[in-house]
Design a protein around this ligand. Sequence first.
Ligand SMILES: NC(=O)c1ccc[n+]([C@@H]2O[C@H](COP(=O)([O-])OP(=O)(O)OC[C@H]3O[C@@H](n4cnc5c(N)ncnc54)[C@H](OP(=O)(O)O)[C@@H]3O)[C@@H](O)[C@H]2O)c1
Length: 306
Amino acid sequence: MKAYIPTGDPAEPVALTDVPEPTPGANEALVKVEAFSVNRGETFKLEAPVAGERPGKDIAGLVVQPAADGSGPAGITRVVGHPMAGGWAEYVAVPTDALAVLPDGVSAIRGAALPLAGLTALRLLRTAGPVVGRRVLLTGASGGVGHYVTELAAAAGAEVTAVTRDAERGARLAELGAAQIVHDVADARGPYDIVLESTGGPSLPLALARLARRGTLIWFGQAGRTPATLDFFDFFAGPESAVIRHFHYLDADTSLAEDLAALVRLTAGGRLHPEIGRVADWADTATTLTDLRDRHIRGKAVLTLS
Ligand SMILES: NC(=O)c1ccc[n+]([C@@H]2O[C@H](COP(=O)([O-])OP(=O)(O)OC[C@H]3O[C@@H](n4cnc5c(N)ncnc54)[C@H](OP(=O)(O)O)[C@@H]3O)[C@@H](O)[C@H]2O)c1
């Protein structure tokens, strides 16, 4: 079968090649991939590829061989899945505890846009705790995660301030329920009960200073690649005391399957709208990855296989 492998070349980070079809483990279903999405974190990983590891974590397609242990879908079924690797391929083996059934109303393209970014948004908000009536500041809001966080938080009653590069990148976030769009963290007025920070560099200390007393900053990424510098004394420009909480989306008490099913249910019910800035044939995967890395894509990017 055909699959993408990393090249280590930043100009063309993946190449299509022939690889053996996967041999599923007992708890894995074999899925024929119809669409996959790519994520910023995956573009970072491609800079230092691990020998033998094939990329690809977000897929939607058809189960063509159910899991041997009887778990997961029993027959040919449309699914969305979150394998830990190997998804940018014609076929991928997916553990059934990382699969959810896709109803007819959710296309493979929208399904493929859900896993990593949607799971991150769902679990970030659970980590934040109840948001009804709370003020939330979200940096990196125009990306895959940011659109999901904004829609889910606003629907749950939060007053969301979204930070985006410009007005064009914020327009859809306003439609999804953001109360304010600002183009620089310094312009966010606050104080905020919760800050969700994923750009790093100078953003993090600026966002921290906008927390309310005993508020929480959840630190979940560094899209700008520049580490943040925190000065203990600068902190006194902000809240008297606050929490900085590191976050990784795989540290959760719920299974991937149940959270994927929740994302699918919300999407099918018209309560979650995957924001997809690029849909292309999978022949364009390398270009799509460099465009995502270089900030030319708003929201999610999805590749389709015919
Ligand atoms: N901790 C976890 O478990 C976890 C899970 C998933 C993702 N993440 C991280 O969360 C972040 C968002 O992920 P994503 O998939 O939504 O990425 P994405 O779609 O690429 O979105 C990235 C966002 O960050 C902004 N951004 C990019 N480069 C920037 C820079 N140099 N300076 C300031 N802003 C910049 C982008 O703004 P523009 O529109 O202006 O480019 C965009 O809003 C990434 O850092 C990712 O690595 C963490």
